[in-house]
Design a protein around this ligand. Structure first.
Ligand SMILES: Nc1nc2c(ncn2[C@@H]2O[C@H](COP(=O)(O)OP(=O)(O)OP(=O)(O)O)[C@@H](O)[C@H]2O)c(=O)[nH]1
Length: 396
């Protein structure tokens, strides 16, 4: 889902290659459309308190302004060539820096300073000794290709930086936000290569803005539908799925046994660890979609109603949970790192516990509504609890 942020860039590519006349025939006011699209991102981001986008909008706007101020003349002119060589290098370095640092809260001194720096740093390129020095890092300059193939150096630089970005994204757990940063950087780099195309800078910023908006939408959807603790979709997502349940399907409710006692004995944090573990076990078994119903209750939705298969899968889940040794942190371990290190690895640290779950499942019957099927699954769960827990009951 988060890769959807690449769509505007892909569309721009396809149109640019196969139907450039469509792009040139669209007569958008410049720079009004650029200002409007970036402002829209700021309004939406501000509305949802997603301040990190402000830094990226400032960064994009800064580069757009510098492009307008310095690159609107023939590339053969000396100051323009220098700016053109420095642009991809500075774009990449500042984008990487912004992606790697921990972004401060916008309404703080550090946040304010970073916002200003992100927007103003591109203007350094208009100062010649600085842009000359930065431009020396451009591979086309290093390989003396500058005059002949200006785009080649940028393409080489893109490959090198793309590798760094990819590693960073993989290392940092990619999300729509992170992918759209990559799109922003790519779009502006594509502009550098296709600099001669009409209104390329405007299209680049429009691509960036739409990508940011898509990433924001993805974030909002996740906030509304994904449970943060387990990473599973939550009850709201379950209810929309149940409304369109196919004819041959089944539903299971499951719940951790004696979880209250567990929490009381080991603490809420360890209880959370159990729920997280349960979430990852449910993700690792195939054959159903898992949801966190609420608290320590989970729901599984199957798109088949074969009893044997259902029992097999449910038994697999039950036994996987029951046999998983959950390592407990020694509560007597000192909080100070050095002392903690000394105690770590000692026998007392290796204490493990096991938890069990009970499961109640039912097959969809004609006329079932989301509530009726959940109610029946819940009754079966209750029966499994009554029968001694750590078991599966599948009944209609
Ligand atoms: N750690 C943690 N505990 C939770 C969370 N949500 C609910 N709980 C706890 O889950 C426990 C549920 O207790 P009960 O409904 O009494 O059920 P139980 O103790 O598991 O007993 P049985 O279901 O009959 O086996 C309560 O103590 C809740 O505080 C959560 O997100 N994290």
């Amino acid at each position: 889902m988060s890769l959807v942020v690449f769509l505007p860039l892909v569309a721009w590519f396809i149109l640019g290659f196969f139907a450039p006349t469509i792009l040139t025939s669209v007569d958008l006011p410049v720079p009004e459309s650029v200002i409007a699209s970036l402002s829209l991102v700021l309004v939406v981001a501000g509305f949802f308190r997603q301040w990190q986008w402000f830094y990226w909008c400032a960064w994009t706007a800064g580069f757009y302004a510098v492009i307008q101020l310095g690159l609107q003349q023939p590339l053969s002119q000396q100051p323009v060539t220098v700016l053109y060589e420095a642009l991809p290098v500075w774009l990449s370095l500042t984008a990487l820096l912004l992606a790697l640092i921990k972004l401060p809260v916008l309404f703080s001194m550090n946040g304010f300073l970073l916002f200003i720096a992100a927007g103003l740093s591109p203007f350094l390129l208009l100062i010649e000794p600085f842009s000359g020095a930065v431009g020396l890092l451009n591979p086309s300059k290093m390989l003396s290709l500058a005059g002949e193939f200006p785009g080649v150096g940028t393409a080489l630089w893109m490959m090198a930086m793309g590798g760094v970005w990819a590693t960073t994204l993989l290392y940092r757990q990619a999300s729509a936000f992170r992918w759209s940063q990559l799109v922003a950087w790519l779009a502006l780099m594509v502009f550098v290569i296709g600099v001669k195309q009409t209104e390329a800078s405007m299209w680049a910023v429009l691509v960036v803005s739409v990508s940011f908006l898509l990433a924001l939408a993805d974030r909002m959807l996740k906030l509304a539908y994904i449970d943060e603790l387990t990473g599973l979709p939550q009850r709201r997502a379950l209810m929309s799925e149940l409304r369109y349940l196919r004819k041959r399907s089944a539903v299971c409710m499951l719940d951790v046994d004696h979880f209250k006692k567990f929490n009381d004995r080991y603490g809420h944090e360890v209880g959370d660890q159990v729920l997280r573990l349960l979430g990852s076990i449910l993700k690792s078994v195939s054959g159903f979609k898992a949801y966190r119903y609420g608290g320590e209750e989970f729901t599984l939705v199957f798109s088949n109603n074969n009893e044997e298969k259902l029992k097999d899968v449910l038994e697999t889940v039950r036994s996987k949970v029951a046999n998983y040794p959950l390592a407990l942190r020694d509560p007597s371990r000192p909080k100070k790192p050095q002392k903690g290190k000394e105690k770590r690895g000692k026998q007392s640290d290796k204490k493990t516990v096991k938890v069990t779950i009970s499961l109640g499942a039912t097959i969809k019957a004609p006329g079932d509504t989301p509530d009726s099927i959940l109610k029946r699954a819940d009754e079966n769960l209750y029966a499994a609890k009554k029968a001694g827990r750590n078991r599966v009951i599948l009944k209609n």
